[in-house]
Design a protein around this ligand. Structure first.
Ligand code: NAP
Ligand code: ZN
Length: 349
């Protein structure tokens, strides 16, 4: 059993996105079916469309920052009913039994996390299709509740950008008395500034874009540094506890390791396709670490949504219609977005 719906995607790496029809599975007992209202556009969608990691399957329908309205629920569903606002992020299934799943870390499921797109589809075969589409069907366990206080369109990016930065900020215990560096002001970075500030940290932004220096303070940063200026960088040597690195392309992380205090850490969440080189002395001096983090589990994603509702945090978005999607991806590639594109799915008619 399946339904045929409209979606936006591409059939090959070099081709532009177009509208075509895809299958969505029929409702299983523990499924929630939603009309998609909004879907954010993350740089990970672009990495996959370009096959940056060599793991792309076509046709591909991207989109993993999905906010919708529930239209149907399976017989065993208890937490959602038609009419509810709900959301789906990166994770749509996992084994539920391995040590990672038992720790609510489904993003590290030992049997392989099923992602919302470009991931083996257990029901229909082939690969999962993402949120650039009319509807989504997801198991209740992996469906998120949208807090009423959040604006639906500007909250969509929280489903990936939000949880990807919230999880490490929590894990590395960011709070009052900590100096936190946010590297790169893009979709992830601008939400990280807002969250780290709400957690009580002193927030310093490192940007390559002169035009974003003033904007960083508007977003809530206490200080902003033009990272291409060695004089400005020097002032922060050994001053920062934690640096969240959201950069999507090749860059020199050694320059940032040198800004860490003793025991500080640079946490990579950005996914530059090229390997990263680290000078030994930049780590051993100061007992520093270089680490990474990948999205966050379902329970933590729900917690993050509640945190954002409590602190009034959403993304700064540019709401676009379906026909603007190719233009949006080329602007994202050029770093020309403040700070997240969100697709208004009602325009996919
Ligand atoms: P984005 O909106 O394009 O932001 C990335 C920012 O990095 C840019 O705004 C820019 O900030 C900076 N940057 C870009 N190219 C650079 C370069 N060559 N050198 C130095 N800085 C550069 O992208 P995003 O959606 O936030 O995603 C960022 C990265 O995180 C992507 O690689 C994405 O795939 C990855 N990601 C990872 C996870 C995870 O779970 N680990 C989840 C989601 C996304 P400035 O202009 O301020 O310098
Ligand atoms: Zn993403």
């Amino acid at each position: 059993m399946f339904k045929t719906i409209k979606a936006i995607g591409t059939d090959a790496v070099a081709n532009p996105l177009t509208t075509f029809r895809i299958k969505r599975r029929g409702l299983q007992d523990d499924d929630v079916e939603m009309d998609i209202l909004y879907c954010g556009i993350c740089y990970s969608d672009l990495h996959q469309l370009k096959n940056d990691f060599g793991a792309a399957h076509y046709p591909m329908v991207p989109g993993h920052e999905i906010v919708g309205r529930v239209i149907a629920v399976g017989r065993a569903v208890t937490q959602f009913q038609p009419g509810d606002y709900a959301a789906v992020g990166c994770i749509v299934d996992a084994c539920g039994e391995c040590p990672a799943c038992r720790r609510d870390l489904e993003q590290f499921c030992e049997s392989g996390t099923t992602l919302s797109f470009n991931s083996p589809d257990k029901h229909l075969g082939g690969m999962t299709y993402g949120g650039f589409a009319q509807t989504y069907v997801c198991r209740e366990k992996y469906t998120l509740k949208m807090p009423a206080a959040l604006d639906l369109a500007s909250a969509a990016p929280l489903l990936c950008a939000g949880i990807t930065v919230y999880s490490p900020l929590k894990h590395w215990q960011v709070g009052a008395g900590k100096v936190v560096g946010i590297l790169g002001i893009g979709g992830l970075g601008h939400v990280a500034i807002k969250m780290a500030k709400a957690m009580g940290a002193h927030v310093v932004v490192f940007t390559t874009s002169e035009a974003k220096v003033a904007d960083a303070t508007r977003l809530g940063a206490h200080q902003a540094v033009l990272s291409t200026d060695p004089q400005q960088m020097k002032k922060f040597a050994s001053k920062v506890d934690l640096i969240l690195d959201t950069v999507s392309a090749k860059h020199d992380v050694n320059a940032y390791l040198n800004l860490l205090k003793i025991d500080g850490s640079v946490v990579l969440v950005g996914l530059p396709p090229e390997p990263i080189e680290i000078g030994a002395f930049n780590l051993v001096k100061g007992r520093r670490s270089f680490s990474g983090s990948n999205i966050g589990g379902i329970a933590e994603t729900q917690e993050m949504l509640e945190f954002c509702a409590e602190h009034g945090i959403t993304a700064d978005i540019e709401l676009i219609s379906a026909i603007q999607v190719n233009d949006a991806f080329s602007r994202l590639e050029q770093g020309d977005v403040k700070y997240r594109f969100v697709l208004d799915m009602s325009t996919l008619q």
